[in-house]
Design a protein around this ligand. Structure first.
Ligand code: C2E
Ligand code: MG
Ligand code: MG
Ligand code: MG
Length: 289
């Protein structure tokens, strides 16, 4: 028997309460069939520019709807997919879905809107990665400039086999690279000029600590940090996105600090593709999309 709880939380019973390992093994067995059984789907969340208030990019976020477990979030299953050798195929599927959606937005008249797709470092280690991206762009009939690839440095990518070539090749195609969850991984301000990235995304933990219940030194520190990120990215000509903006207070603070791009529940939750086009015609007003 299986019991659900919450969005990302899956509580499983099989006579006894399963431990972490058993739960992971069960999810892994089920995940092996998720793609062929049509249980995966993609939602999209807008990234808006402060200057016009318009969505300029949509981030594709994968979800897994299991008949018994309910909706399982990527925070739970991406690492399982990585460990089980499923991430290459899953990642390729997400990219195809995202590009097909972006092609429809373009046809609907939103030619400047990009799509951002998260990629696992393991995908970058595949020698065929860049070729796959080029093939899928061509198949979707999209220019490389319509695509952004988001990478989180959960591991230090320096010197990893094939990573540099993958990154350089997709860059040369004209795809933009985005450094996700900045401030939490291995990438640092001092390395930004070495990396061929066009976009930096401030992790939502910093945005959360701008306001909310944190002590004053922490708040001051986070403000200083974001302000430093604004200066460095502007100097290097990079786009800076603040993730996880939930309140108008955070938005105002971010704008005051010089942030140019924002993403978060305040503007829109991740939505099914059918709900994207109406959002593209709107713009942020008084902090809300
Ligand atoms: P991420 O790339 O940093 O994506 C942002 C996450 O923050 C998403 O969680 C999004 O739903 C959530 N979020 C957006 N706005 C807010 C907000 O205002 N408040 C809060 N609390 N959260 C917000 P989600 O969809 O659960 O995805 C989690 C992570 O899973 C992503 O973090 C990304 O690292 C990974 N992921 C998602 N889709 C894929 C994929 O197709 N491939 C790979 N490799 N990883 C993926
Ligand atoms: Mg991301
Ligand atoms: Mg992030
Ligand atoms: Mg993340």
């Amino acid at each position: 028997a299986v019991k659900r709880s919450g969005k990302n939380g899956v509580r499983l019973y099989s006579g006894h309460l399963m431990d972490q390992d058993e739960r992971r093994q069960l999810l892994e067995r089920e995940l092996r069939h998720a793609q062929e059984r049509g249980q995966l789907y993609v939602e999209f969340q807008p990234i808006c520019t402060v200057s016009t208030g318009r969505p300029v990019c949509l981030e594709a976020l994968v979800r897994w709807r299991h008949p018994d477990f309910g909706v399982v979030g990527p925070d739970v299953f991406i690492s399982i997919a990585e460990d089980a050798g499923l991430i290459t195929s899953l990642g390729e599927w997400v990219l195809c879905e995202a590009l097909a959606a972006a092609a429809r937005w373009q046809s609907a008249g939103f030619a400047a809107v990009r799509v951002a797709v998260n990629v696992s470092p393991l995908q970058l280690m595949q020698p065929q990665f860049a070729q796959m991206v080029e093939r899928e762009l061509a198949r979707a009939g999209l220019p490389a400039s319509a695509l952004e690839l988001e990478v989180t440095e959960g591991i230090d990518l320096r010197g990893r086999l094939h990573v540099e070539r993958s990154v350089e090749t997709v860059r040369a195609l004209g795809v933009r690279l985005s450094l996700d969850d900045f401030g939490t991984g291995f990438a640092s301000l001092s390395r930004l000029n070495e990396l061929p990235v066009g976009v930096v995304k401030i992790d939502r933990v910093f945005v959360a600590d701008l306001t909310g219940v944190v002590d004053r030194p922490r708040r001051r520190y986070v403000r200083t940090l974001i302000s430093a990120m604004v200066t460095v990215t502007a100097t290097l000509g990079l786009e800076l996105v603040a993730e996880g903006v939930e309140t108008a207070e955070q938005y105002d603070e971010l704008v005051a600090l010089g942030c140019t791009h924002v993403q978060g529940y305040l503007f829109s939750r991740p939505v099914p593709e059918a709900e994207v086009i109406p959002l593209l015609g709107r713009n942020v007003q008084n902090g809300v999309l």
